[in-house]
Design a binder for this molecule. Structure first.
Ligand code: ADP
Ligand code: MG
Length: 144
């Protein structure tokens, strides 16, 4: 499925709609360059799940956890990860294979520990279509 947004609010709303539909145990991989809108999408997604408080990028902590929505939300940003062992220290398996949903920014950096089935949300810019334009592709992926 391919979506196009023209403003941050539209990406937020797409995230919100997907948060409303989310099922427990799903891992969403948010792919895209720095500043493309992964965290904006996550903020909308959290809203759609019913998370009340502010959602910010967990870059310096790797994981932020929200328990006040209709199911737990685990927001990973692994941009600064050195080794996947850090994911083990965090206890990622309880998140990936638990009762909540996971959103992972920079998933390619932890490819070897991603679950077999994930939903990839790829966000891309296209400068020819304007500064705030984003193409957002959502697809199921199966890892070997
Ligand atoms: P990332 O988490 O991918 O590094 P952020 O979500 O933190 O990026 O930041 C995205 C930035 O791009 C924000 O400043 C946001 O306002 C801006 N932006 C402009 N247009 C869009 C759009 N269509 N969708 C999402 N963000 C957009
Ligand atoms: Mg971010």
């Amino acid at each position: 499925m391919v979506y196009e947004t023209q403003r941050p609010e539209e990406t937020y709303r797409l995230g919100e709609a997907m948060g409303q539909e989310a099922c427990p145990g799903t891992v969403y991989c948010l792919e895209g360059d720095l500043g493309v809108g992964k965290t904006v999408f996550t903020q909308g997604f959290a809203k759609g799940l019913g998370v009340g408080g502010p959602v910010n990028s967990p870059t310096f902590t790797i994981l932020q956890q929200y328990e006040d929505g209709r199911m737990p939300l685990y927001h990973f940003d692994v941009y600064r990860i050195g080794d996947v062992e850090e994911m083990e220290e965090i206890g990622y398996e309880d998140c990936f294979y638990g009762e909540g949903v996971c959103l992972v920014e920079w998933p390619s950096l932890i490819r070897e520990i991603l679950p077999e089935r994930t939903l990839w949300v790829t966000i891309e810019k296209d400068v020819e279509k304007g500064f705030d334009y984003r193409r957002i592709t959502v697809e199921e992926r199966k890892h070997p």
